[in-house]
Design a protein. Structure first.
Length: 137
């Protein structure tokens, strides 16, 4: 079993605790140690979600990323502070990727135009953001 370690944030320079539970979680998934403290990770994640390349409010596909708010938590001190589990490392060139191609379709419920990140196929329903949200609730 691992023991808690103190690491230094690459962005703000403050020390933060990398708990034994977090170390086990990272090791299970083959992740390297985090380089940023939880608050800097959360700040970077927020910048990514608002800084272009994402999906706007009119799209039926919402908020990209691996998690929308939580990350891993094992009750007593797992990964926390709102960051997704990969927010400290490389994202595989995501910032270099061109914007996702969006396709127009007619909403199967209300008839409005919907923009979706996939090519609609006949026989399968497509919903606008509002109808999609209502169906998920």
């Amino acid at each position: 079993m691992s023991t808690d370690r103190t690491l230094t944030c690459a962005d703000c320079g403050q020390e933060f605790v990398f708990t034994a539970n977090e170390q086990d979680f990272y090791a299970e998934r083959g992740f390297s140690d985090p380089r940023r403290c939880p608050s800097c990770r959360a700040q970077r994640k927020a910048q990514r979600n608002t800084g272009g390349g994402g999906y706007g409010a009119s799209d039926s596909y919402s908020s990209g990323g691996y998690s929308s708010g939580g990350g891993y938590s094992s009750g007593g001190g797992g990964y926390s502070s709102g960051g997704g589990y990969s927010s400290g490392g490389s994202r595989g060139g995501y910032g270099d990727r061109p914007p996702r191609e969006m396709f127009e379709a007619t909403c199967s419920s209300c008839g409005n135009v919907a923009k979706v990140p996939f090519r609609p196929t006949s026989g399968k329903p497509v919903y606008c953001t509002d109808c999609f949200s209502k169906r998920r609730a």
